[in-house]
Ligand binder design. Sequence first.
Ligand code: PNW
Length: 490
Amino acid sequence: MAVATIDKKLPKDFLWGFATAAFQIEGSMAADGRGPSIWDGFAKLPGKTQDGKGGEVATDSYNRWREDVDLLASYGVKSYRFSISWSRIIPLGGRDDPINPAGIAWYSRFIDELLSRGITPFVTLYHWDLPQSLQDRYGGWLNKDEIVQDYTRYAKVCFEAFGDRVKHWLTMNEPWCVAILGYGRGVFAPGRSSDRERSPEGDSSTEPWIVGHSVILAHAHAVKLYREEFKPTQKGLVGITLNGDWAMPYDDSPENMDAAQHALDFAIGWYADPIYLGHYPPYMREVLGARMPDFTPEEWALVKGSSDFYGMNTYTTNLCRAGGDDEFQGNVDYTFTRPDGTQLGTQAHCAWLQDYPDGFRSLLNYLYKRYKLPIYVTENGFAVKGENDMPIEQAIIDTDRVNYFTGTTTALLGAIHEDGVDVRSYFPWSFLDNFEWADGYLTRFGVTYVDYETQKRYPKASAKFLLKVRVFVPNFTILGFSVSFPLYMS
Ligand code: PNW
């Protein structure tokens, strides 16, 4: 079998590290002039988070940042992916609103500290925490003309303030989630939906598609600005990161094979086809008709080619069957139960996640073949079932998470060395247990356990597994002996 691959290291400049997002870890919502974001208020509305908790404290990383950087350094990471809170930089958010020097100073110091420890900052500009005042003023992402200008100005302020040191930028995190979970299902801020039990206002049949359109344009304008005004001197990369899970046909019937492609069209193609190929997936137009906002020829020119790389967040694989009625999934029915009744993989704490590493490898291949750009894996992770109910000593022995990372890192190496996919980074989600959006603090994705009573951090076995900076290719048999080879992420 693939013995020839086992002595291969990861590519020389491969970035590996862990990922987080501002609202999920920082806390200190009123510190140093921060303005409110849409998640501040949303999380506090009754029933919006599972434990009724919000981002007031989170992992207290706004205060404990030195300790966090120490821990990151002890994990031996080469890079750290985090996001900037827009409303710390511009508390009211808008293009004519004042900049907050204290917010800039905080991130600036943080970036310096990372660099001084040899850790490359990988920065997301927008990880869902829209300034509340932009939502109030004009409906946030629903108002394309306003939001594009305000977002582009925010991006400009960040490029100016941090671009001398930050060379890896992500404009947006997971626009599918922004649009569908925020404006379709209504489970994420701002929580708009046609479901009147959930939200007093919103239209799930139109708003998500409008929001997606605005997000693409805001991204594209920020990239144009970076390329014209900053890239010539700062020489960094800028791109978007999309969520998307592998879609596997439930069986080999033609309709289920089509269903799997339809699922990919709605989850990934909605954003990736315009940005990398310059058109919408035909199937989306077929389903949505006039509800799919189109771009003008000038906008298409701006959008096409507006990402330097493919940013990939992925967690699982869905078995796809035709005949679903969930438009947000392309009218495809998802299941983890195979036709023979068995489960696809180990079940995570969240219903939407099972462990299936072959799907990770298939997705890498699909994306590389279709979009033909280097891939930066910017999120991948697992929440162990019931971890929050375990005593700490038990929770930190997170075998299911270790198995998950063993699978995905093996698949990653296979994709690189055997399939020839150009992968440049791997950022497990997440560095710390943290505020898991609508799940509150009940779902833990961290490789570090956070005791929310004391804010003490405890590395889990998964952190140590990746800390050894080894990726084991398990169970190779050479001359009758079963061996594991360490592969160094260096
Ligand atoms: C991503 N789903 O969100 C986000 O980028 C992170 O902020 C988040 O903590 C992480 O994944 C774990 O959930 C997702 O329902 C949220 O399919 C929900 C889904 C996918 C990704």
